[in-house]
Design a protein around this ligand. Structure first.
Ligand SMILES: C[S@@+](CC[C@H](N)C(=O)[O-])C[C@H]1O[C@@H](n2cnc3c(N)ncnc32)[C@H](O)[C@@H]1O
Length: 220
């Protein structure tokens, strides 16, 4: 995204929604957002999904993480300029998800959303993928006992590799689709990227992954 000069001052100004020092809320996000269910979208881009879901689910806490300051500022502006919504259950963290364990406590997150994450196709860049082993190890620590990771992507290669990453790191699937939008899912908002792929008629790959122990405990 082209750099927006207004982004950094805007983010610094809107401390009511853009959390400047997320470490301060580690272990206390649910208290801050007055909820007992916390969803975190990593790589929220311009924030359409986050904002739509926060408005539609006011009893759930929604936090978006985005490392691109210009994209994050556009997402923040949607929240600031909402006329019919007070934003009480939505926050934005501008930063690299590499630091996610500094921001959230063990077991604090109920759902992690990975929507159209960058595919990083070259082998030497795979470790930057948000579904790679390095990240899954962190998510595993942060997820609540019954927590899950929801992933959507248009990228077949990323999806196939991610399926292996999840399985190799002790996750199993409770949802799995290679044409997610063939059926209606009105409860799940469409992201900016998703909208483009749907217009092109491309299939959307989707899964929901839970820790294997969680699935076994439920079955027992
Ligand atoms: C392809 S875009 C998808 C945006 C949005 N989720 C959507 O579906 O429209 C991926 C976004 O993830 C962000 N991103 C990638 N790696 C990240 C990281 N480690 N931490 C935070 N954001 C990241 C990028 O800056 C980019 O805005």
């Amino acid at each position: 995204m082209r750099k927006k000069k207004w982004a950094d001052p805007y983010i610094a100004e809107h401390t009511e929604f853009a959390v400047q020092i997320p470490n301060e809320y580690k272990g206390r996000w649910k208290q801050l957002l007055q909820t007992d269910s916390l969803h975190v979208e990593i790589g929220m881009g311009k924030g359409d999904y986050l904002h739509h879901m926060a408005v539609a689910n006011p009893d759930t806490g929604w936090i978006g993480i985005e490392k691109d300051h210009s994209a994050a500022a556009v997402a923040l502006r949607k929240l600031v300029e909402s006329t019919d919504y007070d934003g009480r259950n939505e926050r934005i963290i501008v930063g690299d998800a590499e630091q996610i364990t500094d921001w959230f406590g063990a077991g604090e997150i109920d759902v992690i959303h990975l929507n159209y994450s960058d595919p990083w196709p070259k082998t030497y860049t795979h470790k930057r993928r948000l579904s790679s082993k390095r990240f899954l190890e962190r998510y595993r620590l942060l997820l609540s006992a019954d927590g899950c990771i929801r992933m959507k992507t248009d990228n077949k290669g990323l999806f196939e590799d991610s399926v292996l990453y999840f399985l190799e790191n002790g996750f199993t699937f409770t949802e799995f689709s290679v044409d997610y939008r063939r059926n209606p899912h009105p409860e799940d908002a469409i992201t900016e990227y998703e909208n483009r792929f749907m217009e092109l008629g491309q299939p959307i790959y989707q899964l929901c992954a839970k820790r294997q122990e969680a699935v076994h405990e439920t079955a027992e």
